[in-house]
Design a binder for this molecule. Structure first.
Ligand code: 5RP
Length: 229
């Protein structure tokens, strides 16, 4: 799984603090990535101690890990509600909690689960925080719309690059069978407008800008966890 600038200890601290919010008898959205993997393991430890939860994974990888950790899993269409979602991010704006997600190419399902949850907790390490978003924005695209969406991104002032698999000679293919364009826009001063513009591109399945979805951000540090609600 992808790693980032933060340390495992920072990620583990953020994850452990967020997992304390998981209550007995609830349904929990399970994000994707190296930080969320710590949360899934921590939930698994609590399940082993008797916690009754069901997890709704946001990717094949999250589903596999949850099952390995003994967490009963359900598909989104098998639950009436998600009480809490815990998920990582590639960048978190400290000013308003806007996020860039999709480093694990799972942002389409993550956005559905995180938005549907009654409460969405973001877990991160200090390398992810910034005053203003500037991280490349992943867009999941229909394979046939790869070049037309890239042209649309260019019209919006961005530069799109097809995400390639690290260890294979070919593109990353999402769990939904689509491709991912990583789109550089420089500093994103108005994430809401950019999100709306990207959402309107035909063939763009989902982009990785999450605005107004996070209820709390847990940032694990070297000696604790900073929580912003
Ligand atoms: C996956 C995501 C991840 O939450 C994001 O990439 C952060 O991953 P990590 O915790 O490994 O840094 O959005 O699509």
């Amino acid at each position: 799984m992808k790693t980032t600038g933060g340390t495992d200890a920072q990620k583990r601290r953020a994850a452990a603090a967020a997992v304390e919010a998981v209550e007995d008898g609830t349904v929990v959205g399970l994000g994707t990535g190296s930080t969320t993997a710590f949360a899934i393991r921590a939930i698994g430890d609590r399940v082993a101690d008797g916690l009754d939860v069901r997890g709704v994974p946001t990717s094949f990888a999250a589903r596999e890990l949850a099952r390995e950790c003994g967490i009963p899993v359900a598909d989104l269409d098998e639950v009436d509600a998600i009480d809490l979602a815990i998920d990582g991010a590639d960048q978190v704006a400290t000013t308003d909690g806007a996020l860039v997600k999709g480093g694990g190419a799972a942002h389409a399902r993550e956005k559905v689960v995180d938005a549907f949850a009654d409460r969405f907790l973001v877990i991160a390490d200090p390398s992810k925080t910034a005053e203003t978003l500037s991280h490349a924005v992943p867009i999941e695209v229909l394979p046939s719309a790869r070049t037309t969406v890239a042209a649309g991104v260019s019209d919006l002032g961005g530069e799109a690059a097809l995400r390639r698999a690290e260890r294979k000679d070919g593109p990353v293919v999402t769990d939904n069978g689509n491709l991912v364009l990583d789109c550089e826009f420089g500093t994103i001063s108005d994430p809401e407008s950019l999100a709306a513009a990207l959402a309107s591109l035909p063939g763009a399945v989902e982009h990785g800008i999450f605005v107004g979805l996070a209820d709390a951000v847990y940032v694990g540090t070297d000696d604790g966890v900073d929580v912003t609600e």
